[in-house]
Design a protein around this ligand. Structure first.
Ligand SMILES: NC(=O)c1ccc[n+]([C@@H]2O[C@H](COP(=O)([O-])OP(=O)(O)OC[C@H]3O[C@@H](n4cnc5c(N)ncnc54)[C@H](OP(=O)(O)O)[C@@H]3O)[C@@H](O)[C@H]2O)c1
Length: 287
């Protein structure tokens, strides 16, 4: 039951990987929360979003809804743009009208990936694909607000959705050998860990842009090896290059994000990606 006298934290994308764990984390901390999926509110419908913001009182809006099919976005350009740019613009408008602080999630893919060190928040952007381009446009819209957080996260895995780990486990049911890209390096990140840190950062009101991932860096190929090692599956993983894999969407080779800023602001150290992987595999009951 929604009480119109109370202020809520609104979470969009609450049926997705990250949004669902953010709702859990807020609820655990006894913060009044409304979590919505696309059936509750289509964020591309500006009138519906306007009416929604008129109907309830929000203390903060956490916008985790997005179009996240990176390769498909190369063909579904309009849909990607509608959800990731126009949809975000509608949410920003609601926040602007009622002076509500907003949190937005962006991606390591806004960078070009040719640098030789982990990217800092204000490094030059060079999105290589449609999805990344739209997410970067979303960032620019959010930056028009006075009070906002932008978290750039990477290689996300969580219980409520499809991700690299689930794909590897599915493939392992029918294959004995796999070819996996070994020249893209980044940080796999668990939605449970991101959610905890996000709520801590939001509570601090230290607004701005933050890079937020699990600790440590790995290639997709070594990540796959670790998944099969932990699940005791006898699958041979062969290294291939980005060019050999030839995905529809171009992705940065250096996807490493620096968390120097997060830590210098005093926020707690993130767990390592392999510790997170272990907990995730337990959560989905495969180990
Ligand atoms: N996944 C990654 O590896 C990754 C990496 C970096 C950054 N990010 C960013 O992190 C955030 C969370 O990603 P995720 O992986 O948790 O996403 P996800 O699991 O794909 O979930 C997407 C969510 O967006 C909602 N949504 C899609 N279209 C909508 C619409 N028109 N109106 C309202 N809601 C809509 C979906 O709702 P329904 O399910 O109800 O349709 C779902 O709840 C996104 O901003 C994403 O860009 C993700």
């Amino acid at each position: 039951m929604i009480d119109n006298e109370k202020k809520y934290v609104l979470v969009t994308g609450a049926t997705g990987q990250l949004g669902s764990d953010i709702v859990k984390e807020l609820t655990k901390r006894e913060i009044h929360t409304i979590g919505i999926g696309s059936r509750d509110l289509d964020i591309t419908d500006s009138e519906a979003v306007f009416n929604f913001f008129n109907s309830f009182k929000f203390s903060h809006v956490i916008h985790a809804a997005a179009y996240t099919k990176v390769d498909k976005a190369q063909d579904e350009r309009d849909l990607n743009y509608e959800i990731n740019v126009r949809g975000t613009e509608n949410i920003v408008s609601g926040c602007y009208k009622y002076s509500i602080p907003m949190t937005y999630f962006s991606t390591d893919y806004v960078f070009g990936g040719d640098g030789d060190r982990p990217y800092r928040e204000d490094d030059e952007k060079n999105p290589l694909c449609e999805y990344a381009n739209a997410k970067l446009q979303g960032e620019e819209l959010v930056k028009k607000l006075n009070e906002y957080f932008i978290f750039r996260i990477s290689w996300v895995f969580g219980k409520n959705g499809t991700n690299f780990i689930n794909t590897m486990l599915k493939l392992s049911e029918t294959k004995k050998e796999l070819r996996v890209v070994s020249d893209q390096i980044g940080s796999p990140s668990y939605t449970v860990d991101i959610a905890k840190e996000v709520v801590d950062v939001i509570k601090s009101k230290k607004y701005g842009i933050y890079h937020l991932t699990n600790e440590g860096y790995v290639s997709w190929a070594d990540f796959a090896r670790k998944i099969f090692d932990m699940t005791k599956k006898d699958i041979k993983v062969y290294d291939i290059t980005t060019e050999e894999y030839n995905a529809k969407a171009k992705r940065p080779k250096n996807s490493r994000l620096s968390k120097e800023k997060l830590y210098s602001e005093g926020f707690s150290k993130m767990p390592t990606w392999d510790d997170a992987l272990n907990r995730y595999l337990k959560e989905i009951n495969v180990i």
